[in-house]
Write a protein that binds this ligand. Structure first.
Ligand code: FAD
Ligand code: NAP
Length: 533
């Protein structure tokens, strides 16, 4: 098939963001080429095929809202569907909206260079092809670039090393094998119980104990689904204007004003619901006041101690070094219970850090544990990693890597000063990873699409944030972040998981609804804070 060498738009990435962006561009009558490094579409749900991978936002909320027909025809089978089902959904969307013909798989974008004379981006791919485009939309994902592991000796390991974020498509049979899982974030916590079902011995290497709540996943019954479908428009609208892109009542009461019995009942209720949002929504100050947060954290630690029979293991699993919610909490199915099995062992890396990996296994101060397989559930170079692994150059050849040397700066998480006609979807400085991502993705794509429509209609050649607007926005993002408990954790939100990465609280915590309003006002005020030429 012949492809345009100078489409109107290049979109990088074919996850949920890239797919919807392509659909909207078609609606605007703009030509587009979408480049995707993977061999399939779906982004996160293409790559992360580890055992137990599933979403922790309910399917009826973690799905597109842009097409009422799509909403009605798609049937989810579970409250929190597993990776294969979410990937099938992405594939269904691509087929239904005939998106595949503009998507090039196995094609990594290696550089994007702005040319001031032609007002176009030159985008080069891993196949050596260079195309030029008026606009470049980076839908490269916040959690798409696995972080490099800084543990020495990994190359020496004689057996297979699996990464949860690059899981073999054929699956892995751990039956009878001795397995090491390194990392206890969401990926580790989801995969450990499933790997434990097969493995002969499973050793879990934990650097930071995380807060995890029981998912209470279940099949979706027809009544729940029908009820939602009958009222979908209202639910979606509520989600769009909520703090985190999730529907639910907002608390006004302080945990400090409640009696111990009331708090216990509220936390018990949230625990029974099986939802991250429910625990956060128990009281208004859970994320703001350390005393309120401690009450929720104590409750969770108590449940861990109730569940794990060995007291030393329970103590190690109970998070103590960061407030609840300041690292992304997890939803699990049987995680803590798994440690009651005699063949599952926990190594607390706070006490005995990993020194190295050898040909045979993992060495800590306690000696070597021999294993057959190593599973890395060690996370991502989040929010900036995928963007900075592309050589992006704006006006006067300025590299994005230089502009972001002290941490990412952007206006609204949508554009960067000095980089005209460049848009990022769920970029740093937007609510993105603090929200139901589907809501945030749709909001960004809609905003970008309306913006492009305006530029096209009025024959505007370039749009770019002013340095002042960007500076003010970056200051605002930092200010609202600092007013919360988030900076108290060494989290990937702050870049703290990647050695040498600047410590900047990257997402915007002002809330999805408030942020949407700001973006809408900026657009209504003829793109206040942007220069249009
Ligand atoms: P991605 O899905 O990451 O897609 C980006 C795509 O860009 C990738 O396919 C990548 O290969 C491609 N790409 C990157 N760089 C290049 C390049 N240079 N050239 C070409 N292609 C490139 N969010 C939630 O809200 N709820 C959840 O329950 C949830 N669960 C998650 C579970 C896991 C295991 C992970 C890792 C993340 C989860 N997230 C969840 C976040 C998730 O990333 C988003 O919900 C959403 O899928 C992101 O879509 P995206 O299109 O923005 O990015
Ligand atoms: P993560 O949350 O960053 O967890 C990585 C884990 O690896 C952490 O326990 C980390 O410890 C540990 N680690 C990293 N480097 C290490 C090292 N050198 N030595 C020892 N341990 C090391 O990554 P993730 O679990 O892949 O999740 C990332 C995000 O993706 C989540 O927060 C969530 O947003 C999303 N996600 C969601 C789901 C879901 O349930 N829907 C599932 C998976 C992922 P430290 O904490 O000490 O850094």
């Amino acid at each position: 098939m012949s492809r345009q060498s100078s489409p109107d738009v290049v979109v990088v990435g074919a996850g949920f963001a890239g797919l919807y962006q392509l659909h909207r561009l078609r609606g605007l009558g703009l030509s587009a080429r979408v480049f995707e490094a993977g061999s399939g579409i779906g982004g996160t749900w293409y790559w992360n095929r580890y055992p137990g991978a599933r979403c922790d936002v309910e399917s009826l909320e973690y799905s597109y809202s842009f097409s009422p027909e799509l909403e009605q025809e798609w049937e989810w089978t579970e409250r929190y569907p597993a990776q294969p089902e979410i990937l099938r959904y992405a594939e269904h969307v691509a087929e239904r909206f005939d998106l595949r013909r503009d998507i090039e798989l196995d094609t990594r974008v290696t550089s994007a260079v702005w040319d001031d004379d032609t007002s176009r981006w030159s985008v080069t791919t891993s196949h050596g092809e260079t195309v030029t485009a008026r606009y470049c939309v980076f839908a490269t994902g916040c959690l798409s670039r696995p972080k490099d592991l800084e543990i020495p000796g990994l190359d020496a390991f004689a057996g297979p090393v699996y990464s949860t974020a690059r899981w073999p498509h054929a699956g892995v049979d751990f039956t009878g094998r001795r397995v090491a899982v390194i990392g206890t974030g969401s990926s580790g916590i989801q995969s450990v119980p499933v790997i434990a079902e097969q493995a002969a011995e499973l050793t879990v290497y934990q650097r930071t104990a995380n807060y995890s709540l029981p998912a209470r996943n279940r099949p979706l019954d027809a009544r729940t689904q029908d009820e939602r479908k009958a009222n979908y428009a209202a639910y979606r609208e509520a989600a769009r204007h909520s703090p985190a892109g999730l529907v639910g009542d907002l608390p006004t009461e302080s945990a400090l004003d409640a009696s111990p019995e009331q708090r216990r009942a509220a936390f018990d209720d949230a625990w029974a619901q099986g939802s991250l949002g429910a625990m956060r929504r128990t009281y208004a100050d859970i994320g703001l006041d350390i005393r309120a947060n401690d009450m929720a954290a104590d409750f969770i630690r108590g449940r861990i101690r109730d569940t794990v029979t060995d007291p030393a293991t329970a103590e190690a699993l109970a998070p103590s070094d960061h407030p609840f919610g300041t690292k992304r909490p997890c939803l699990d199915t049987g995680y803590y219970e798994t440690f009651n099995s005699p063949h599952v062992h926990l190594v607390d890396l706070k006490k005995t850090p990993i020194e190295r990996i050898t040909e045979r296994g993992v060495v800590t101060a306690d000696g070597e544990v021999e294993v057959d397989d190593v599973v890395l559930a060690t996370g991502f170079d989040a929010m900036t990693g995928a963007l900075l692994s592309i050589d992006i150059r704006g006006r006067d050849g300025q590299a994005l890597a230089d502009a972001w040397a002290d941490g990412p700066v952007s206006y609204l998480g949508l554009g960067v000063a000095g980089f005209p006609n460049l848009f990022t979807i769920t970029g740093p400085g937007s609510p993105s990873v603090l929200s139901n991502m589907l809501v945030s993705i749709e909001q960004h794509v809609d905003w970008i699409s309306e913006c492009l429509a305006r530029l096209e209609r009025d024959r505007v050649a370039t749009i770019e944030p002013t340095p002042q607007a960007q500076k003010d926005w970056v200051a605002h993002v930092a200010e609202v972040g600092e007013a919360t408990l988030y900076p108290l954790a060494k989290s990937w939100y702050l870049g703290a998981n990647v050695p040498g990465k600047p410590r900047v609280f990257m997402p915007y915590i002002g809330g999805v609804g408030a942020y949407r309003q700001i973006c809408d006002e900026v657009a209504a005020d003829d793109y206040r804070g942007f220069t249009l030429q």
